[in-house]
Design a protein around this ligand. Structure first.
Ligand SMILES: Nc1ncnc2c1ncn2[C@@H]1O[C@H](COP(=O)(O)OP(=O)(O)OP(=O)(O)O)[C@@H](O)[C@H]1O
Ligand SMILES: [Mg+2]
Length: 550
């Protein structure tokens, strides 16, 4: 029980500065609702007792009092609802922003090691569940408790014996439901996991559709999808089973309560201990109490299902962020080149060593080509220089300052990186080039495109610079995508250029264009070019053979 309470409290703490406002209006919302329910329950008592006894003396005053209380409760609930929702919306926006910003601060290794489908599905599912927690789950779980407590007071005033009996049954009902909370939580977690796997399989089918068709993998992937689907259905069914059982159990409690009330009520009226009006009022309040107990009992386990999602988001938000770290220091007064790798060891997590005592010195405005067999670690050198990964040992520096001293933003500001497969965002060509420098004018964008030998083909596309490149640039050829990426790099105007396999997979004509663009780009810059082809090597005044330095 203590564990559950601390979970509820921790989830509320998570609201931060919104917490107090949220709690105040959660409470006043509950009071507003139950105020309305209680006054509605008590009005019939006044009317029935007055007409049975024929004494109308105090009827008007009481009716005015109840009508006034009803109106106040109504206003309270409307006002609270508005402030409560505003508070939740503010928190929701903050949560989405934190998750989004966190994603961009995570190390590259996180994304390379997780499946994008699973990540997205889990995140969307959990964010929705966490939002639902504050939007409705706390309200649904706590409003009945407020209603229960506030209904008990007039009930006690009307008849305390009957009230004690009903409270006892209600307590049993809540305890029985609470006993299932852990199972509901586990079933929710398993269903969420299975749903993530399902989405992973769907993403595979969507993103790999060309390969699937080419290798006729329909059956294999459909089989995997069916297995994931079955697992999801099994878990969802289990969750439904628990839900159905709880529903049946709660219906049983409702019937039990009604029987107890009817028997006890009849005895009391017959023995003259109460009036017909009081009995009707008690009956109304009793149904409000039972509804409250059942709702609280049912909503509490659901609350923990949502808290589980919030906990996953919390652990995501506290994940270790990207930190640029250089393991070794250089001895004082040692000569350094513009780009310096000294005795660098590196391996990807749980993999064999990629770089071993790797050394590289590049002078300012030097253009060096890096060659070596596939998989020897060429692209890895770029990833280390960009701080995407940290070396296990050794020293990496630019212009006499270790990468650690720069930090991620300053470091990446100095580098224009054209990866092996450049990524284009869904949107226009202009927007894609502009990422290089968001402040650039349209003329500067055109200039960059001209320098990257991209202007002519852009002008031939429908809409020119407004042409939408499709998902990941799929409506452009590889050579065209490369040149857009080069234009982007031009616009960035960084002192260091990293060019990974600029011309691999291009035909002669495209290669010529890309090389021409690259030649322009690297003028008066320090450039590292990964290339297998002689044409790429030609651009450079130095060749670094990776296999020989390993
Ligand atoms: N994210 C990663 N996680 C684990 N291992 C990786 C990862 N990226 C690359 N590797 C491994 O590290 C080694 C070096 O990879 P790298 O991409 O640097 O090779 P490369 O020289 O650029 O090859 P290519 O010429 O084919 O592009 C390879 O054996 C590869 O399997
Ligand atoms: Mg590579």
């Amino acid at each position: 029980m203590k564990h559950y309470l601390s979970q509820i409290k921790e989830a509320l703490d998570y609201l931060g500065k919104e917490k107090r406002l949220y709690l105040v209006f959660l409470l006043s919302l509950g009071l507003g609702y139950s105020g309305m329910a209680i006054t509605i329950s008590l009005i019939p008592q006044v009317l029935i007792d007055a007409s049975v006894s024929g004494n109308y003396e105090h009827m008007k005053e009481k009716l005015f009092l109840y009508a006034g209380l009803f109106f106040m409760s109504f206003l309270t609930s409307i006002l609270s609802q508005y402030i409560y929702r505003r508070c939740v919306l503010r928190f929701q926006a903050g949560l989405r922003r934190s998750v989004m910003e966190k994603k961009t601060r995570l190390p590259v290794s996180y994304f390379e090691n997780s499946h994008s489908g699973e990540f997205l599905s889990q995140m969307i599912y959990d964010i929705n569940k966490a939002e639902e927690l504050y939007r409705s789950k706390y309200k649904e779980a706590f409003n009945p408790i407020v209603a229960l407590i506030t209904s008990v007071i007039p009930m006690f005033l009307l008849d305390h014996t009957l009230t004690m009996l009903l409270l006892f049954i209600s307590l049993l009902c809540v305890l029985a439901n609470a006993a299932f909370s852990e199972r509901v939580k586990t079933a929710g977690r398993l269903t969420a996991g299975a749903s993530a796997k399902l989405s992973e399989r769907s993403t595979d089918i969507l993103s790999g559709i060309l390969t699937i068709k080419e290798y006729q993998l329909n059956e294999v992937l459909s089989g995997k999808f069916r297995t994931a689907n079955k697992e999801y259905a099994g878990n969802a069914l289990n969750r439904e089973k628990i839900g159905a059982f709880l529903e049946a159990m709660n219906s049983g409690f409702t019937v039990l309560c009604s029987i107890v009330f009817l028997v006890a009520g009849s005895v009391m009226v017959q023995s003259g201990k109460t009036t017909y009006g009081t009995l009707v009022a008690l009956m109304n309040l009793e149904s409000s109490i039972i509804w409250s107990a059942l709702s609280a009992g049912k909503r509490f386990p659901e609350l923990f299902d949502n808290i589980a999602s919030l906990e996953r988001i919390q652990s995501f938000l506290t994940m270790e962020e990207e930190v640029i770290h250089v393991p070794d220091r250089l001895e004082e007064n040692q000569n350094q080149s513009f780009i310096e790798f000294k005795n660098v060891d590196f391996s990807y997590k749980n993999n064999r060593e990629v770089l071993n005592h790797f050394n590289m010195q590049i002078n300012q405005n030097e253009v060096a080509v890096i060659t070596g067999r596939s998989g020897c670690g060429k692209s890895t050198i770029f990833k280390l220089l960009l701080g995407f990964y940290n070396a296990d040992k050794g020293y990496i520096a630019i212009d006499g300052k270790s990468l650690e001293e720069y930090g991620a933003n300053e470091l990446r500001q100095m580098i224009a990186y054209i990866p092996q497969r450049p990524y284009l965002f869904y949107g226009t060509i202009e927007k894609n080039i502009r990422f290089g420098n968001p402040q650039a004018s349209f003329e500067q964008i055109v200039q960059a495109a001209k320098a990257a030998c991209a202007h002519d083909f852009i002008m031939e596309l429908p809409g020119g610079y407004d042409y939408v490149v499709g998902d990941k640039g799929s409506k452009l050829s590889f050579g065209q995508r490369q040149r857009i990426a080069i234009a982007r790099a031009f616009l960035k105007d960084a002192p260091i250029i990293l060019f990974d396999e600029a011309t691999s997979g291009l035909d002669y004509e495209s290669e010529r264009f890309v090389l021409q663009a690259a030649e322009q780009l690297i003028q008066n810059k320090t450039a590292l070019i990964i290339s297998h082809r002689e044409s790429g090597v030609r651009l450079c005044n130095r060749k670094i053979e990776i296999s020989s330095v390993r």
